[in-house]
Design a protein around this ligand. Structure first.
Ligand code: CP
Ligand code: NVA
Length: 317
């Protein structure tokens, strides 16, 4: 039974960042996600009578579909609101949007440009707010990715992550997760595109407790020994105007067959998607047997169902 003692709940109302979760909370999410993946019906009444609203300023395939499908699987109802409908912070102050939504609904998934916007929404409301990606962080992605890594290797022992490319939102949440879980992670970026120094410093601080090793470098040789090679787009949503300039700067950082050959034997390739074939990743690597990108995409559903069950459904583990 999922409600068996000792009951474990998440200690916070919201899920805005991996860095604010305790390591055992990350493991509890991963554990519940695994149980939901094996037995999808085991919590199908968890959100009965509940409505979750998705407030998205940016485009989405995976996050929108997995949250909408997930809410439905758990017995709830979802409403999707895009930026053109509500104009978060323009038509109405963010905190007022939140104060309305909490009167009718039981949870908010927010995808915003500014990270401050999800913080404001969470602070203004009594219902859970889940970060579905901001310019700074992508916590649901990283939690699903660590689930995928453990599923693939059966353990976190011996896992070494090399993130190659832009030090962006996905990279930041992967750093947070590695620092919490005690995994070594190396970020290899062109000069000037390293991850945010505040995120790195906090990850390094957390790593002192967990035993994780965090390395930030411009040197592609640092991929040696990696069991996971991860990349993401060179120009994130909101940076479309920089695409051409970035393509030239990042050209040497493409994850292709040559770069994969420099990682550990049997290394897997990961990407949060959407991927840009021939840019940050070659088609050969994306379509290879080492690529787990669609497992990652599937696992968004199971991990987010666990998050929804904990935060909105009141599940305990
Ligand atoms: N990986 C991810 O978050 O994909 P979407 O932008 O399509 O939601
Ligand atoms: N870094 C990417 C992730 C997309 C899921 C972006 O923000 O566009």
């Amino acid at each position: 039974m999922l409600t068996a003692a000792p009951a474990r709940r998440l200690s916070q109302k919201d899920l805005l960042s991996v860095a604010t979760l305790a390591p055992e909370e990350i493991l509890a999410i991963i554990e519940l996600a695994g149980r939901l993946k094996r037995a999808p019906d085991s919590l199908n009444g968890a959100l009965r009578g509940k409505t979750v609203v998705l407030v998205f300023e940016k485009p989405s395939l995976r996050t929108r579909v997995t949250f909408e499908v997930g809410v439905h699987q758990l017995g709830g109802h979802s409403i999707f609101l895009d930026h053109h409908r509500i104009k978060l912070g323009e038509r109405e102050a963010i905190k007022d949007v939140g104060r309305n939504l909490e009167r009718w609904t039981h949870g908010i998934v927010a995808r915003t440009y500014k990270h401050k916007s999800v913080l404001e929404l969470a602070a203004a409301t009594r219902i859970p707010v889940i970060n579905g990606l901001t310019d700074l962080l992508h916590p649901c992605q990283a939690l699903a990715d660590y689930f995928t890594i453990r599923e693939r290797f059966g353990t976190f022992e011996g896992v070494r992550v090399a993130y190659v490319g832009d030090g962006n939102n996905t990279c930041h949440s992967l750093l947070d997760g590695a620092a919490k879980l005690g995994l070594p992670i190396t970020v290899v970026s062109p000069e000037g595109y390293e991850p945010n120094s505040r995120v790195v410093n906090e990850a390094m601080r957390l790593a002192q407790d967990s035993g994780s090793e965090i390395r930030i470098t411009n040197d592609l040789d640092a991929v040696a020994g990696a069991t996971v090679v991860y990349t993401d787009t060179w120009a994130s949503m909101g940076q479309e105007d920089e695409s051409e300039e970035r393509a030239a700067i990042f050209a040497d950082y493409q994850v292709n067959e040559d770069l994969m050959a420099r990682a550990a034997p049997g290394a897997v390739f990961m990407h949060c998607l959407p991927a840009h074939r021939g840019m940050e990743v070659s088609s050969g690597v994306l379509d290879s047997g080492e690529s787990v990108v669609f497992e990652q995409a599937e696992n968004r559903l199971h991990v987010q169902n666990a998050i929804l069950a904990f935060l909105v459904g009141g599940a305990t583990l």
